[in-house]
Design a protein around this ligand. Structure first.
Ligand SMILES: [Fe+2]
Length: 151
């Protein structure tokens, strides 16, 4: 997979015919997460401080493992790789991030951002990224929410 593929591959293979690209989803999640963290700091920061920089880093990197989970098939379409079948992107994402010297607090966000993280005691920053990610994902699971192309 090449960097430019991220502008055209669907952000998930779990929604058939997914109309949103990896980069569209990624930017949306980063912005939801940042604004949510800022709102939480504004109203609850006195007792529940959120590290906004950590949230932004985690939101950007949460799906980095998809570079290993997905591959481009002969038809030019994204599909799950053999490695991706064994290790979903939260796991490979942590492997990549650790190798690059990403701090443990941010690796925790990568590890816990998806459903696997439901078994983890999430930090506040990980909760913010998890919910931002799911806000930009779950509505697509009800086809009635999705505008048809050209409609
Ligand atoms: Fe993800």
């Amino acid at each position: 997979m090449k960097p430019e593929d991220l502008n055209r591959i669907p952000f998930t293979l779990l929604i058939p015919g997914c109309p949103i690209t990896f980069m569209e989803h990624k930017r949306c999640v980063v912005h939801i997460a940042r604004k949510s963290a800022e709102a939480m700091n504004e109203f609850m920061g006195r007792v529940l401080p959120v590290n906004v920089d950590r949230v932004i880093a985690g939101a950007i990197l949460a799906d980095v493992g998809k570079l290993l989970e997905y591959e481009i098939g002969l038809d030019g379409q994204a599909r799950q790789s053999e490695r991706g079948e064994a290790l979903r992107h939260p796991f490979t994402g942590v492997a990549i991030a650790l190798e690059c010297g990403v701090p443990d607090e941010v690796c925790h966000i990568i590890a816990a951002h998806a459903a696997e993280g439901d078994q983890v005691k999430r930090t506040t920053e990980a909760y913010v990224v998890h919910h931002a990610d799911f806000m930009a994902y779950l509505p697509f699971k009800n086809p009635k929410n999705v505008k048809k192309a050209g409609g």
